[in-house]
Design a protein around this ligand. Structure first.
Ligand SMILES: Nc1ncnc2c1ncn2[C@@H]1O[C@H](COP(=O)(O)OP(=O)(O)O)[C@@H](O)[C@H]1O
Ligand SMILES: [Mg+2]
Length: 365
């Protein structure tokens, strides 16, 4: 049965007194939910996952799987990994090379008291789930990397764990296999009804796979929200930048009414934008804009309309990236479609919806 995972106030310091790898991280993964931990290398994703698995001893905090407390250092509780009923898939293909596909997947059932028929049924079910039913009697060494990861996945789910943990399982695969398995993984995990915690540094993977995404930096959880919230209302400048809001303008908050307000950029332009909750009038701000959210050829009267000049363009086949001179510098705009519509040197009117520009405290990041 899939269980809920609850983490409260998790701390992990490998070296006493040094900067902890994970700091006061709290979140819940609902039964049957997929949560992705996303962040740059070294931000504490793997450490969090290993604490859940019981492979690391937390310094502080409480980890519950279902109704059971599995880690609580203050209470002296530390349930060993093998008693946590967790399935795990890692970056390296942890398959046994001297065994067939079927033997690899059947292996975890050996220690569980099952009849032969029941074990056969579970193995067949797991192989079907990952699309390897026709490969059961092949040696795993004849498989592609993507197929080996499918074997590892089938082996992790065959005993119906309460929780599935995946640590960058696609990162050793080449681009094509990675995309195919990425799209299949969500279907597989959902079809099995598993609760899953998935770790990656790749934003697209996080968006495709996660019901919710937790963005981490330096051991801290910055934001935990649905992919749409992360992309449309990032909590801070780091989350905005890490998920692709590559244009940043400096300015000052001149007024605010509720969640919106007016920002005067250092170039003297005034934009109406979404304003981070803690900002007060007069504060130095940084405005973040996604290249995909700026509209070109904006009609008179459009929101935040400004005149810009095309400085450079890069044709990418299915989209075109333009560098526009505006706001006293260069900003990047991306226009989807195979047509190239604007020439270098041409003037173009841009518009930015107020919900697509976000003002954060300049000092924070
Ligand atoms: N066994 C260890 N001993 C000491 N430091 C570690 C150990 N494992 C990880 N760290 C440190 O903890 C931090 C977080 O690492 P990790 O959780 O592996 O990050 P991520 O998976 O996000 O790349 C890093 O600074 C890393 O160097
Ligand atoms: Mg890692």
């Amino acid at each position: 049965m899939s269980a809920e995972l609850r983490i409260e106030g998790l701390d992990k310091a490998f070296i006493p007194g040094a900067r902890p790898a994970v700091k006061d991280v709290s979140f819940t993964v609902g039964a049957g939910e997929i949560v992705v931990l996303l962040g740059p290398s070294g931000c504490g994703k793997t450490t969090t996952l290993r604490c859940v698995a019981g492979l690391e001893h937390p310094t502080a905090g409480v980890i519950r799987i279902g109704e059971t407390i599995v880690s609580a250092p203050k209470q002296g509780i530390l349930v060993p990994p093998r008693s946590r009923n967790i399935g795990m898939v890692f970056q390296s293909y942890a398959v046994w090379p001297h065994m067939t596909v079927r033997q690899n997947v059947a292996y975890p059932l050996k220690t569980r008291k099952l009849s032969g028929a029941e074990a056969d049924r579970k193995v067949a079910g797991a192989l079907e789930l990952v699309g390897l039913e026709d490969y059961a009697h092949r040696s795993v060494t004849t498989l592609s990397g993507g197929q080996m990861q499918r074997v590892a996945l089938a082996r992790a789910v065959v005993y119906e764990p309460q929780l599935l943990l995946l640590d960058e399982p696609l990162s050793n695969l080449d681009a094509m296999l990675r995309l195919r398995l990425r799209d299949d993984l969500r279907k597989i995990v959902k079809a099995a009804g598993l609760t899953a915690l998935y770790v990656t540094h790749d934003q697209t993977e996080a968006v495709v796979l996660g019901d919710r995404i937790g963005v981490m930096r330096d051991g801290n959880m910055l934001q935990m929200a649905t992919p749409q919230e992360i992309y449309n209302r990032p909590a801070d400048l780091f989350v905005a930048g890490f998920t692709g809001a590559s244009n940043v303008l400096d300015g000052t908050l001149s007024s605010r009414d509720g969640a919106y307000g007016l920002v005067r950029t250092n170039s003297g332009d005034v934009l109406r934008t979404w304003i981070a909750p803690t900002l007060t009038v007069g504060a130095a701000v940084k405005l973040a804009l996604r290249p995909e959210n700026l509209r070109l050829d904006a009609p008179e009267g459009a929101e935040n309309r400004f005149l810009a000049t095309v400085r450079q363009r890069r044709y990418l086949g299915t989209e075109t990236a333009y560098d526009l001179a505006v706001f006293g510098g260069d900003i990047e705009v991306r226009e989807f479609g195979t047509e190239v519509r604007h020439a270098v040197g041409q003037a173009v009117a841009i518009s930015i919806p107020q919900d697509a520009c976000w003002a954060y405290a300049a000092a924070a990041s």
